[in-house]
Write a protein that binds this ligand. Sequence first.
Ligand SMILES: Nc1ncnc2c1ncn2[C@@H]1O[C@H](COP(=O)(O)OP(=O)(O)OP(=O)(O)O)[C@@H](O)[C@H]1O
Ligand SMILES: [Mg+2]
Length: 255
Amino acid sequence: MVPVTASLEVSGLAFAYPDGHQALFGVDFSVARGERVALLGPNGAGKTTLVLHLNGILTGGAGTVKVAGLPVDKRNMAEVRRRVGIVFQDPDDQLFMPTVREDVAFGPAAAGLKGPELEERVDRALERVGMAEFKDRPPHHLSFGQRRRVAVATVLAMEPEILVLDEPSSNLDPASRRELADILRSLDVTVLMVTHDLPYALELCPRSLILSDGVIAADGPTGELLSDEELMRAHRLELPFGFDPRSVPAAAARP
Ligand SMILES: Nc1ncnc2c1ncn2[C@@H]1O[C@H](COP(=O)(O)OP(=O)(O)OP(=O)(O)O)[C@@H](O)[C@H]1O
Ligand SMILES: [Mg+2]
């Protein structure tokens, strides 16, 4: 068999904030190309800290992060940022241009795309999230759910190797939550999704990681982890009232 390069390889990652607070204590995992993986864990576990290492927003701790085999370091930063698309929890951290079109074009234009090629890239990204008809609208006139979709489009327009989403379903109404799940399922891209929405993780991600106190406490099939009551209790994870993970068909892995 030909060895396949993982989309993401994190090894021995430890990090303390400048005030001395240590958030990560040696995190190891890898994500294969095309996998969809949920990153679960209680408040303060280190999930966002981990995400901020994936494209080098935070650096300087111990250990390594590799994206498609490329170490995340100063030398590779531009390439890493093209390959890792992060959708932040708050779309307003991501949208700052006068129109949706300009926001989605911003990254690809900075990467050198122009003319019809750029327009085509923008159109394709907006179509994938069902926002094509909003192209000329100002992002700040859109609803929260619509802004979340545009934020996803800004990242898809970069054609990333890996799509990282911090709390993608938060503040979405049930229909928007389901539509975003349909969009994520339709994408042919590696996904790492931070979420407190455990049914969403089960529906979308065949595999989950539990990050707790800055270490990976569990790594396995989402349905198995969510059904392990002791594990769930130990890491302050709670299913919605009446939700039985065994009653839901597990997310299918991509062929
Ligand atoms: N800028 C900072 N300076 C110092 N400590 C920080 C900073 N940001 C986060 N921390 C601490 O690092 C730990 C991990 O925080 P992080 O934001 O990564 O948690 P999280 O898993 O994303 O939590 P949540 O589910 O609440 O989003 C927490 O104890 C937090 O207080
Ligand atoms: Mg967080």
